[in-house]
Design a protein around this ligand. Structure first.
Ligand SMILES: Cc1cc2nc3c(=O)[nH]c(=O)nc-3n(C[C@H](O)[C@H](O)[C@H](O)COP(=O)(O)O)c2cc1C
Length: 149
C-alpha cells in the first residue's frame, strides 16, 4: 500500500486539523498515511525511498516564516540542501491574504523541494483563511493530488 507522509507546519492548530482531515480522506481512498506534526529532518531523510510521497501542509506565521512545528525542519532543509530526486510531493500553503507575505512559507516549501530535485506532482494549493472554506478547497485539490500519484 502506498504511504503518504504528511508534514505539518502549524502554530495555532488550524493546519493540524486540516492535515487530519486530509489524512482521513487519503485513508478512505486506500492509502496509508504517516502524520508528522513536528517533522524530524533526520527521520524523514533516513526513511526516504523511491516510493516516498510527501504532502506538506504549511501555515505561514511571523513575516512569512514557517509556523512553529516546522521551523527546525525548514532550517535543516535550507542548510543541508539534500538531494531529493527520489521524492514526489505536493504542498498546501495556508495563510491569510491580509499579510503581504501571503502563504510565503508554503511557497518556499514548494520551491525548495523542487530545487532539491523532488518531483512536484501538482501545482501547490493556497488557502486564504480569511476567505476560503479550507475543508472544501483542500478536498477538491486532494482529488487531483490522488490522481497524480
Ligand atoms: C502572528 C501571525 C502572523 C501571521 N503571518 C502570516 C504571514 O506572514 N502570511 C500569511 O499568509 N499568513 C499569516 N498568518 C495567518 C496564518 O497563516 C493563519 O492564521 C493560519 O490559519 C494559521 O495556521 P495554524 O493555526 O496552523 O498555525 C499569520 C497569523 C498570525 C497569528
Amino acid at each position: 500500500m502506498q504511504n503518504i507522509d504528511i508534514l505539518v507546519a502549524t502554530t495555532s492548530g488550524n493546519t493540524e486539523y486540516l492535515a487530519d482531515q486530509l489524512s482521513n480522506q487519503l485513508q478512505e481512498a486506500g492509502y496509508s498515511t504517516t502524520l508528522h506534526y513536528e517533522p524530524d529532518y533526520s527521520d524523514l531523510m533516513e526513511s526516504l525511498t523511491d516510493q516516498s510521497v510527501w504532502l506538506c501542509c504549511v501555515a505561514s506565521h511571523g513575516a512569512g516564516e514557517y509556523a512553529d512545528s516546522m521551523i527546525d525542519f525548514a532550517e535543516e532543509l535550507h542548510t543541508h540542501k539534500p538531494q531529493l530526486a527520489e521524492l514526489r510531493f505536493g504542498v498546501i500553503a495556508v495563510g491569510d491574504s491580509c499579510y503581504d507575505t501571503f502563504c510565503a512559507a508554503g511557497r518556499d516549501c514548494d520551491a525548495m523541494l523542487a530545487i532539491l530535485g523532488a518531483k512536484r506532482l501538482i501545482t501547490h494549493l493556497e488557502i486564504d483563511m480569511s476567505q476560503d472554506d479550507p475543508d472544501e478547497k483542500s478536498s477538491t485539490w486532494l482529488q487531483s493530488f490522488i490522481q497524480s500519484l
